[in-house]
Design a protein around this ligand. Structure first.
Ligand SMILES: Cc1ncc(COP(=O)(O)O)c(C=O)c1O
Length: 375
């Protein structure tokens, strides 16, 4: 699905030097590259603070802890997302309230949020799924009206932008009180291992986030609040600091690949190509099509995956089981939750190879095999 090897070869000299420098310094934890990377990323995303941490799952957990969410508080979240978003809610003994997504954008649907609000609701976690922003203007308006926190799960959309109705633009992850991201190797800004970060403009919250990520301390061995151990190491930061310089070029390469797929599939009534919302810059973490078939949809879709695999083309189903149908949440989810759009999408989505190194020949081969199966 990705080609991190070719991507690395193109900037090998720079990366190798940065990694060697980090090793030579011997400051493996909290070294100079960590601070440099955090400052550079703040500049890129447009937030006052960036708190690096060990991965995108921890980033969500630390954000929820820092906001003071308490067991039993309800957190509104899409069911159609990667498990990390919703798992941390349950891990902290909060209640995930699964809501619907928009059929076109795959992102959380504002009316569904409104319907899910109760006196126990404390936060909303929108996910900028596949690289496109959730409808943040409406989400922030709902949150302000009901006094709720918003935690943007920006693991899949670093570099994406939201365009407000007044024309003002903000990078995803910087719009609400707190945003999170992941540097998992296949992400748009991927490290050579695990990594994550938390974004905020609020000084008090930033301090709390830093403390929680570091065993609840500001002074070594004086632990004021319960925290955890979640660090981005210096070697990862050194790699990410180099790759950040290329992020916009990487995003453009992804958009070009998406344009190619769009063009190839545009006249096929059975393929719904990714919707590009006017309010968002889609950074195509994934290129996910929906198969527009009525009967035996999952069977037909799974058949396409097998067909592509047989022709050496990887394809993935993100995600085959939505949150509200996962066993893990049986004790948490509200009974009888009905999310028909989520269920409909779950049976029909399929993600094609999407990365920075796809060339014309590969794109033509992949799209021709998709069409061969579909037709
Ligand atoms: C939407 C979403 N949230 C959170 C995460 C968690 O990130 P990580 O794998 O770095 O813990 C991911 C990563 O796959 C993700 O896609």
């Amino acid at each position: 699905m990705v080609d991190t090897k070719t991507q690395y070869q193109k900037i090998k000299a720079e990366i190798d030097k940065a990694v060697t420098d980090a090793i030579d310094s011997s400051a493996f934890i909290n070294g100079k590259p960590v601070h440099e990377f955090a400052a550079a990323l703040s500049g890129y995303v447009g937030t006052k603070h960036t708190i690096p941490c060990a991965n995108g799952t921890d980033a969500l957990q630390i954000a929820m802890m820092a906001l003071g969410l308490q067991p039993g508080d309800e957190v509104i979240t899409p069911s159609f997302t990667y498990i990390a978003t919703t798992e941390v809610i349950a891990l902290l003994r909060l209640t995930p309230v699964f809501t619907e997504v928009d059929k076109k954008s795959f992102c959380i649907e504002p009316d569904s949020i409104r319907k899910a609000i109760t006196p126990k609701t404390k936060a909303i976690v929108p996910v900028h799924l596949y690289g496109q922003a959730a409808p943040m203007e409406e989400i922030m308006a709902i949150a302000n009206e009901h006094n709720l926190y918003v935690i943007e799960d920006n693991a899949q959309a670093i570099g994406s932008e939201y365009v407000f109705s007044d024309g003002n633009k903000k990078k995803t992850g910087s719009i609400s009180q707190v945003g999170t991201t992941s540097f998992y190797p296949s992400k748009n800004l991927g490290g050579f291992g695990d990594g994550g970060a938390i974004f905020t403009n609020n000084d008090d919250l930033a301090l709390k986030l830093k403390m929680i990520a570091n065993h609840g301390q500001t002074k070594q061995y004086y632990h004021d609040i319960v925290g955890c151990n979640s660090r981005l190491d210096s070697i990862q930061a050194a790699v990410l600091n180099i790759k950040l310089k290329y992020l916009d070029a990487y995003i453009n390469a992804r958009i070009q690949a998406a344009d190619h797929y769009d063009e190839a599939f545009k006249n096929n009534s059975k393929i719904i190509t990714p919707f590009r919302a006017a309010y968002s810059k889609h950074v195509f973490h994934q290129y996910t099509i929906v198969l527009n078939v009525e009967n035996n949809a999952a069977e037909f879709r799974n058949g396409l995956k097998e067909y592509l695999n047989k022709h050496t083309i990887p394809a993935m189903i993100y995600y085959p089981v939505p949150g509200h149908r996962q066993k893990m949440f049986e004790a948490f989810a509200k009974p009888n939750v009905s999310l028909p759009v989520t269920d409909w999408l779950t049976e029909r989505v399929i993600s094609l190879p999407m990365h920075t190194e796809l060339d014309k020949e590969q794109l033509e081969f992949i799209s021709s095999k998709v069409l061969e199966y579909i037709n």
